[in-house]
Design a protein around this ligand. Sequence first.
Ligand code: PEP
Ligand code: MG
Length: 888
Amino acid sequence: QQYVFDFSQGSKDEKDLLGGKGANLAEMTKLGLPVPPGFTITTAACRHYLETGTEPESLAAEVGAHLAALQENIGKRLGDPEDPLLVSVRSGAKFSMPGMMETVLNVGLTDISVIGLAARSGDERFAWDSYRRLIQMFGRTVLGIDGESFDERLEARKKIRDVDADVDLDASDLKVLVEEYKDIVLVESGREFPQDPRQQLDLAIRAVFDSWNTERARIYRRQERIPDDLGTAVNVCAMVFGNLGPDSGTGVAFTRDPATGAQGVYGDYLPNAQGEDVVAGIRNTLSLADLERLDAASYRQLLGIMETLERHYLDLCDIEFTIERGKLWMLQTRVGKRTAAAAFRIAAQLVDEGLIDEDEALSRVSGAQLAQLMFPQFDASAPRELVATGMGASPGAAVGKVAFDSATAVAWADAGEDVILVRRETNPDDLRGMVASRGVLTSRGGKTSHAAVVARGMGRTCVVGVDALRVDHGQRSFSTPDGTRVVEGHVISIDGSTGEVFLGAVPVVPSAVVDALHGNGESEAHDDDVVGAVLRLMNHADQRRRLGVRANADTPEDARRARQLGAAGIGLCRTEHMFLGPRRKIVERLILARTAEQRHAALEELRPLQRTDFSEILEAMDGLPVTIRLLDPPLHEFLPDLTDLAVRVAVGEATGKPDAEAAELLAEVQRLDETNPMLGMRGVRLGLVIPELFALQVRAIAEAAAELRGQGRDPRPEIMVPLVAAVQELEAVREMAERTVADVARAEGVELSIPIGTMIELPRAAMTAHQIAEAAEFFSFGTNDLTQTTWGFSRDDVEATFFPAYLEKGIFGVSPFESIDAEGVGRLVSIAAWEGKEQRPDLKIGVCGEHGGDPESIHFFESILLDYVSCSPFRVPVARLEAGRARA
Ligand code: PEP
Ligand code: MG
């Protein structure tokens, strides 16, 4: 097995073996771009080392052979006293893990070769600066010495010389520093800084292997869902120097603006500096336009290379480059990360430029990015004071007063204030505070922390892991990196997409994308802006997709909004809210009725109300299907609270005024009380025990449809029965429903055909789908309940209790309530869909659980050829886009 490849031997498609950086260096070499020569040690070598604790036996010899070839190529030798070759040793895994692993530069300098370098370069200061950087990086990375020991010496030196900047130290200072640094190495590690360059190289390679498993790298991988067993490649590359004087420098550049997607190159340049200086923000950088002024030839060459790279990668590239005495070198490139807005704009631009087709453009954007663009955002033109950036864990733009505990958050929210709950990390006790707050901010934790998981579940804006903020719960304040103290009650603004934290209130504006998707402002020209790009790609997605997209809506307003956002009907109209509020009293009377008259009176009171409910929604969705689900929730939700009643009765007895009505009610409520109501008297079970309830709903639906028909409209209701486990349940309801619809049709003198179908949300229903399909004209998978009952955990509790631990331990990567568990729950869906269609080929099959709006799940539902997904109105555009992406 070959463990080392020259840059001229690989290609961009070998990221598994060569890592991202190595594969792209090879690709650039192949393209004939000016890449300094070098070689890549494969991830396989790293895995071998991580598994066994030693390098593969053949590695040393292979490195030796490639090093010899490199020396031959350049005409310099590592450690040569006259004219030494120096190399950089850089990590580079398959997936970019920025700043998480190690790099050692200037490998090959020794007490002797530094003198040769000084002579050859004609720059003594440069040579000694390079040497002290090597000892520092080597000491930290390879020998594990605390970096502060070195920094202290550097600062002390500057004080002695009374200068501010590193560059103001001269060669004699740096020589002193080198001696001091070598002492640190000896004292801290118990060994001399190695004077054998090959030994430096081997130790640096090993240190890069080891850096795969540092704590920060592990945490990063867990958050980004990068497998732990990939290992990193190591790139050994001839050093080129940006710090050889004013005609040298180093920079980073993007072929388009990764923040806005604007066309045109974009980047930073730092003259007379070495690689890490740009990123470290030590000095203020110049723009690329300044480079044109300083070195027009290199600038033009750089632009040419950027164009070559874009045309080759067919995408936005970011690059790192160095200019050594007027000669341009490419040190790295990759397809660049970008914001959601830039992703849409760039995809559309690339189509216009003829570089990619529209299908490819769809693959360059995602539903998650679209969702980000649909949230209200901070007004881009408003001034703002950024104080720290963490991880965006749940999108949105939230403004509010800082509160440091749940009780305060709840109290202020009750008083009508907007609150941001700030905690070091959250735990289940913070739940009430999170519910009451506009947003949640934590200084610790990642995207799978308790705060992140719970906030996403609740749709609260959330920023986590802002470790630059010192949260002091005792003092009820936090401090920012620049020392500002923010005390409880101060206002801050947080952006749940970007992770940014601002002082004060930043104005929030509604999303222009939502406005445009609603069809408002259509006449405005949106050529090259984000809105225009979104509309174009949505249009293409709609042409591409096979899956229908409906909405879950149970009010006329939601129905109208969903329709504007492109919903092709309602896939789930929940009817429970129609029985709550003031109407709960009527339902209570119905359930507790003693006589047929009492019961009839309650029903007659509800019927006109229900009829209006339905006719309004059917009207909003005129001409499109509206799946109305018969009543689903557990009975106890309509009954008075058991504890309250018990107190009333007890108080009555204690005060000698017994409350007979309360006592009677209490007895009844106690009789109906359930330990596990979600597995109890709900759905079709309730409908069969109190058949008048379902009958009332069916009658109201039929009457609403008949009435609208009479007005010349086109109502298309569908009746859906929840929580069916056995076909017999469905048959019983079906028989009643058909009779009722026929009654209404006869009485009103219209023809009514209302399809009757069922939810599939219990494992038994899925496993007997062929039987159930005999009695159902459609199936709609209730994947919320199906997930709950298949896994056997309660959807109302888990996210706040053991899910964070499960995510942390990697038992699943994402909550199965968020993305469908394809292997388990998804398999049930797939079997049931298949058997249902076998029984009844024209069976319509959809999904109405939360998964209907989740990008990953939508791809799964497309793969098993369901007919439609149904999701909340706001997710409808996301679902349309993803359904198109799944077919492009
Ligand atoms: C479901 O269970 O997936 C569903 C849509 O119904 P509900 O969430 O109302 O139980
Ligand atoms: Mg359900």
